[in-house]
Ligand binder design. Sequence first.
Ligand code: GLN
Length: 448
Amino acid sequence: MKAPISSYLDTILDEVRYQDAGSNADYIPELANKDPNSLGAAMCTTSGHIYSAGDAEVEFSIQSISKPFIYAMAVQEHGIDVVSEIVGMEPSGEAFNELSLDREGHRPVNPMINAGAIAVTQLIGGTGATVEDRIEMIRAFLSEMACRQLRVDYDLCDSELQYADRNLSLAHMLRNYDIIQDDAHDAVVSYTAQCSVMVTTRDLAFMSAVLANGGVHPLNGKRVLEPDVCRLTLAVMSSAGMYDQAGRWMAHVGIPAKSGVSGGLLGTLPGQLGFASYSPRLNEYGNSVRGVRIFKLLSKDMGLHLMAADDRAGVDAVRSIVTYQEDTVVTLQGMINFNSAESILYELSQHEISGDHVIFDMTRVSGIRRMGRFLLKEGMHLLEEKGFRISIVDPDDHVPDYRTVDGTEIHVNEQESAPFATEREDDRYHDDDCPDPDEGPQPPAWEG
Ligand code: GLN
């Protein structure tokens, strides 16, 4: 039986297959001669599960889809302050090859347009690096993201270089304003080789999933990028990745994305998945016609719009609050972030707690964020100040210490709470096993 998600991807491809609007980029034969009917899609979740459909294994040049990755690479190597000296992060709303620099620093406005990308590429490896060094570092980095050895198509690269007058003029302009130090021709060669790295739609889905997963490769668990670098890259992608279509893209699709002139389109849902499509015919903005359609369908069908609040409500952080004689058990669940910690504190403030002992059962908590932990400890501290004894069942060590922000140590009892622990394995994912909230769990045996 075909996995439902792969079948869904097949359905999406069938829905857009008939569309034949737009045309291949034709400024070089290698792009003009690509089969315009090729159509592929692939998705990789942050758990490393991959689903693909259609021509997901056909190779094409990565082109501008390399830009966010090389930006991330440069920020990781030099830090955002150095990178910000040569490129901004404002949307330009202009075409990808626009000659636009900001007024004050004469920096390209963002790294997703060619001027910005050329400036960023020459940071790779530092000023001492040769063109060959840079190209190899870029190829190796993109290979690490794709989890296979990628190659540069030098024939395609040579072909591109014969039509690179506009990019050369951008590089000369950047040199004129001291944004790049490389010889203008060298800068364009490095950038063009970067665009000539060959990938498949599956590769792009993996690469995108690394960004979605905060820089840890979902396939091998290796940290490739720092989480704040991924966040920054995705933020820039969301405002500038689709060139002069960027505003409408965020409104209608709402997935940070990057397109390339060969027809690839990559989108990233932070914390969820990486998605990519391939179809070479482009619209007037240089974005794949069927790719844009695929992303619209995906966003709508799967509720993937970043700004949609409807699917984000998640589970209630407080599963139950049950009192037995002197003991009140507060069972927490899911991810404790700011929002859920706030709801825990609110629920506690609304609850008339009788007895003198509050037990926090965190067996069902799947993770905790810094702010969530901070607020939870403050809540425990408040209860302690009101005269309650605090116990915690925390098998995954979500709260490793009990110090509050002002240095006070909460006197948390770990032993006394053990009999209240939720049964883990079997109990965890079976809702039918959940205690009826009206009945509440049975008093622990040791109470007699
Ligand atoms: N190699 C192309 C260029 O720099 C890439 C542009 C793109 O994919 N939008 O002109």
